[in-house]
Write a protein that binds this ligand. Structure first.
Ligand SMILES: [Cu+2]
Length: 650
């Protein structure tokens, strides 16, 4: 990200005057899905259907031209079925909730999308933010959809004046597809202003996730959007709601917040958030001193019809906040975590860490009916797992509304009975539908998450400590991505983790112990792994003890983000089957910027390249911009050219 040498008040002023984009009115909460540029077929000798979890206000069609003998088989009371042979006596594979999706998936079509990234002025919480960065002039970004087994191509065009970018497809495995993981300085150079990059990937998993910028703190400024692979469900439902993205939000750029936190005049204080948004809209706390040019705003709302079972897709896209989501008077039946269908369980709330997703089914028959037919949606920051400048409590975290009828009054509903402790959903509840067993291997490495004095980084203001995950805080070089440096000729890999197995050893696993700091207490860290989903073998809030640890190898939870308890530990394992350089990092944006991340160098001698010239072009264009245009672009002049990068780079 960008560094400053100027003082805070000047910065605020500078940001007000360097806005280049026209003021634009956004329609908060309403997302226009891009229509995929899907091939048209004039015959219907194969499955073509609108999936049961299609968008509410647009048409979306699944097509399987390569499966002519198949039919779509999802029904209200059998959402586990997806495609089955038309002939009941056929011995061919059925694609359903029990399918081992790592090995088998229905071959779909290719979906093409374009994302244009621009700077915009937004009023998501009623307050002006003229440093927002968005996809296709919409916040959140457009819903990227595909059907199970489709391929996706996304062309990303960077129109930002003074930021590079790269877009990560969170949770997608990118099997043998490193160069499409979208992590600048690791899998590619940043896409320079004026440049574009085409990402191509295949879908084997299904469910909901999000895509976001991995360029420093950029996603905090608005570069985040929902991504769904339509597929079967382990719970039955009648209708679905468009994804619900929940996030914390500020009225200025996260780059400014970060820069100020590196300035001794701030006492290196941790940045604070202010508002909470659902699908890009919300209401700022009263009397906020950072609220300027105030405009009317509203909360997210949705309507229920009595008796209908709705599928909700919940995504936490926050900078710094773990949320407890609930709907007054309604239970939630959880059916999918991250991209993994699980055995359904029912509760009054669900806790969602940053980067985590849950599919939940809500039956529209409130157990505590209100006279007005309206119910609050609450997104309560979990205890200790946020840093707001405002006290969001169970009572006031009323960030959305479910309405049954025409009444537009505020709900009179009362909160459900639920806990706000900052720990993942109950470990024993998270049982994958497709069972898996993790072989008995030993812990190969221990990672102690800690907050350290780490001088020697390229930019390290005196007295500012940094988070680290392994041997040192991460610091990447935008111009020199790891993907082009496996030999380590220009970089030093000793602080990263190398994992290598013989090519013949297809089923080897690696097992890692990740421990929280023992000498001080901090919030839980949402640990995210790229390139794999992992088996969560153990998760405990007490310090690790090899004599008493209980490790679950028989169908453990499987996901791509897990909360590392503040002073406790995680044991995770993954199969070493995806050559690449995969980031593992805390998804608290401030912590990732600080360096709480490592690169896992997995069998780098066997990495597959698909389009190396595109990688080299992107680097060449980045370098040209970095060395040249950056110094003359008006919008870049507010930044300190010496400390253009003042964080890890991710
Ligand atoms: Cu963290």
């Amino acid at each position: 990200m960008l560094g400053f040498t100027t003082c805070w008040s000047y910065l605020v002023h500078a940001f007000n005057v360097i806005t280049l984009s026209p003021v634009q009115q956004f329609h908060g909460g309403f997302q226009t899905p891009l229509l995929a540029d899907a091939p048209q077929h004039n015959h219907v000798g194969y499955p073509i259907f609108e999936p049961p979890n299609a968008p509410e206000h647009a048409q979306f069609i699944c097509e399987y031209p390569d499966l002519p003998d198949y039919e779509f088989c999802s029904e209200h009371d059998d959402r586990g079925c997806w495609l089955r042979p038309k002939d009941p006596n056929s011995t061919k594979q059925t694609y359903n909730i029990s399918t081992d999706y790592e090995e088998q998936w229905p071959k779909g079509i290719t979906r093409k999308y374009v994302l244009d990234i621009t700077n915009e002025t937004l009023y998501p919480d009623g307050c002006k933010n003229d440093e927002a960065k968005v996809f296709n002039a919409s916040y959140p970004g457009p819903w990227i959809e595909a059907c199970w087994g489709d391929d996706i191509e996304v062309t990303v065009r960077n129109h930002l004046p003074c930021n590079g970018t790269s877009i990560h497809w969170h949770g997608l495995r990118q099997l043998n597809n490193l160069e499409n993981d979208g992590v600048n300085a690791v899998t590619q150079c940043p896409i320079a202003p004026g440049d574009s990059y085409k990402y191509k990937f295949h879908t084997r998993q299904y469910g909901t996730s999000w895509y976001h910028s991995h360029y420093s703190l950029q996603y905090a400024d608005g570069l985040a959007g929902p991504l769904t692979i339509h597929g079967p469900s382990s719970g039955n439902y009648d209708a679905s709601k468009d994804p619900i993205l929940m996030t914390d939000w500020n009225q200025r750029s996260a780059f400014e917040d970060w820069s100020w936190s590196l300035d001794s005049r701030s006492n290196f204080a941790r940045p604070q958030m202010t508002s909470i948004l659902l699908n890009g809209i919300g209401v700022a706390p009263d009397g906020l001193d950072t609220c300027t040019d105030e405009r009317p705003t509203k909360r997210y709302s949705t309507t229920f019809q009595k008796g209908v079972r709705y599928l909700l897709r919940l995504i936490n896209t926050s900078v710094d906040t773990t949320f407890v989501f609930s709907i007054d008077g309604h239970n939630l039946t959880v059916v999918e975590m991250d991209f993994v269908p699980i055995e359904p369980y029912t509760n009054t709330s669900v806790l969602i860490g940053i980067g985590q997703r849950y599919h939940v089914i809500v039956e529209a028959s409130p157990f505590a009916p209100t006279p007005d037919g309206n119910y609050w949606i609450r997104t309560v920051p979990a205890d200790g797992c946020s840093a707001f400048k405002y006290d969001w409590t169970i009572q006031n975290s009323t960030t959305g509304i479910v309405r049954y009828g025409p009444s537009d009054v505020d709900p009179s509903s009362q909160p459900n009975d639920f806990a706000t402790k900052c720990s993942d959903e109950t470990y024993s509840s998270l049982k994958p539908i497709h069972p898996w067993t993790v072989p008995n291997v030993t812990i190969s490495d221990t990672m102690d998450v800690n907050f350290v004095n780490a001088s020697g980084l390229p930019y390290y203001p005196d007295g500012r400590r940094r988070w680290q995950m392994y041997k040192a805080p991460l610091w990447l070089n935008f111009s020199d991505p790891t993907i082009l440096n496996f030999e380590g000729s220009t970089s030093n890999w000793t602080s990263q983790l190398e994992v290598s197995t013989k090519a013949s050893a297809a089923d080897e696993w690696v097992e890692l112990l990740i421990t929280g700091p023992q000498n001080f207490s901090f919030a839980a860290h949402p640990i995210h792994l790229h390139g794999h989903d992992f088996a969560l073998l153990a998760q405990d809030e007490n310090p690790y003890n090899a004599d008493t640890v209980v490790i679950k190898r028989d169908n453990p939870p499987r996901r791509d983000v897990a909360l590392l308890p503040a002073n406790g530990y995680l044991i995770i394992a993954f199969k070493v089957d995806n050559p690449g350089v995969w980031l593992m990092h805390c998804h608290i944006a401030w912590h990732a910027s600080s360096g709480l991340a490592i690169q896992i160098l997995e069998n780098t001698d066997r990495i597959v390249f698909h389009d190396k010239p595109a990688l080299l072009d992107t680097c060449s264009n980045w370098q040209t911009w970095y060395d040249g245009e950056r110094h003359v672009t008006e919008a870049c002049k507010a930044w300190d050219p010496e400390h253009f990068q003042d964080d890890s780079g991710i």
